[in-house]
Design a protein around this ligand. Structure first.
Ligand code: C2E
Ligand code: MG
Ligand code: MG
Ligand code: MG
Length: 273
């Protein structure tokens, strides 16, 4: 009987695996079509200064799936990375971000827009050219744009990364390290790269100010950023207590549900007005 149970368990496992593989394939096929069908959406989450003024926003991708509803990046970005679909999708995200930036400045707002750049896109040999082309096509001001990169991008080919970042910096684009402190890269790159901002990961903000290790980590990051002349922004700020602690510790920018969730562009504009 134990044997039969074992067989059933194996069979159940196999069919779960098969279902997962089929889901993946369907999702991949749907994602291919999603670009043509215009199912991707760009949401904007406000970034505020110490006085609570909105000084920027992060552009975050959403997928309005025809049957599954509004999908968050966790559901599809990984697969997009694996299949290479992140290249056209990332290109779409950047172009939309540029268009929003132009709309904002036409409406009289001077805000920074941050956009996530996947390592795979950044590593494309013609990445610079592609960025330049979209800037030209949209007329966006590069000085209003910030590229959020991850530490993972920096461990692969540091010299190539430095060359590309420097060229983009000359255009006026700034760089922020997303989820700072969660990766594996060495601190030495902080000195070598043309960075302008460190973004404190949500995992370190979550348990502030009760968790003594998080307190120590966040203080260390803020002090290091100060001495290296880098801006700081904390993500995932959900409570007044977290905000107060971060402010007292010298953080100057904040992003999180305490202020606002990511919003569809129309709602973001309404909120500004
Ligand atoms: P991220 O770049 O670190 O973005 C911050 C994430 O935290 C966003 O999740 C945001 O909605 C969420 N968040 C903001 N405030 C709070 C808060 O107060 N509490 C909590 N619990 N969460 C908060 P989202 O939009 O689901 O994006 C997840 C990740 O997907 C992003 O993390 C980013 O790594 C990736 N992603 C999003 N859009 C793009 C994109 O256009 N391109 C690429 N390559 N990656 C993207
Ligand atoms: Mg980000
Ligand atoms: Mg982040
Ligand atoms: Mg991230």
């Amino acid at each position: 009987q134990a044997k039969a149970e074992g067989r059933n368990a194996v069979r159940a496992y196999a069919s779960t695996m098969q279902a997962a593989a089929e889901r993946r394939l369907t999702l991949e096929r749907d994602m291919h079509a999603a670009l043509d069908r215009g199912e991707f959406r760009l949401y904007l989450q406000p970034q505020v200064d110490g006085e609570g003024r909105t000084v920027g926003a992060e552009a975050l991708l959403r997928w309005q799936h025809p049957t599954e509803g509004l999908l968050l990046p966790d559901k599809f970005i990984g697969l997009a990375e694996e299949t290479g679909l992140i290249l056209p999708i990332g290109e779409w995200v950047f172009e939309q971000t540029c268009r929003e930036s132009v709309r904002l400045s036409q409406a009289g707002y001077r805000l920074n827009l941050s956009v996530n750049v996947s390592p795979r896109r950044f590593q494309q040999s013609d990445f610079l050219e592609r960025v330049r082309r979209i800037l030209e096509r949209t007329g966006a001001n590069p000085h209003d744009l910030i590229f959020e990169i991850t530490e993972g991008l920096l461990v692969s080919d540091i010299d190539d990364a430095i060359a590309k970042m420097s060229a983009l910096e000359r255009l006026g684009i700034r760089f922020s390290v997303d989820d700072f402190g969660t990766g594996y890269s060495s601190l030495a790159y902080l000195k070598r790269l043309p960075l302008s901002e460190l973004k404190i990961a949500q995992t370190f903000v979550k348990d502030l100010p009760d968790d003594p290790s998080d307190v120590a980590l966040v203080r260390t990051i803020l002090s290091m950023a100060y001495h290296l002349n880098l801006e700081t922004i904390a993500e995932g700020v959900e409570t007044r207590t977290q905000l107060d602690f971060l402010k007292e510790s010298g953080c100057t920018r904040f992003q999180g549900y305490y202020f606002s969730p990511p919003l569809p562009s129309a709602e973001f504009f309404e909120k500004l007005a």
